[in-house]
Design a binder for this molecule. Sequence first.
Ligand SMILES: [Fe+2]
Ligand SMILES: [Fe+2]
Length: 131
Amino acid sequence: MSLISWSKNLETGIASIDEQHRILLEILNTVHATMVGSSEGDLDAAFQRLMDYTQFHFAHEEKLFEQHKYPFAKKHAQEHQKLKSDAEMRISEYKGGKIGMIDILAFLIDWLQEHIVNSDKKFGNFIAMKH
Ligand SMILES: [Fe+2]
Ligand SMILES: [Fe+2]
């Protein structure tokens, strides 16, 4: 069973962003599957993939902000920075045994969904208004 699945309320309406969010969700499901042993592979590699893809995705969004002269670009990019460092911190706490599996998974689910719903969708609305 998947940890999280896509839901309509995560849609921003921007195709490239929605597709990347789906991939992030999938990577998170892979992290979970690796943890519980239903997927072969290395957990460190799964975490690494999550952070690498996150970096790629944030850069993509930030490039779009620039192209569309998004007025909240700076604030949104600052959130990206914080999301990155928060996730790195939590992952290292998990690896160090300071927090458990449920804690890191709950954190990452919230980490991803909350930002999509509260910030990425605002950018989606902005783009929709411009057209
Ligand atoms: Fe995003
Ligand atoms: Fe974002």
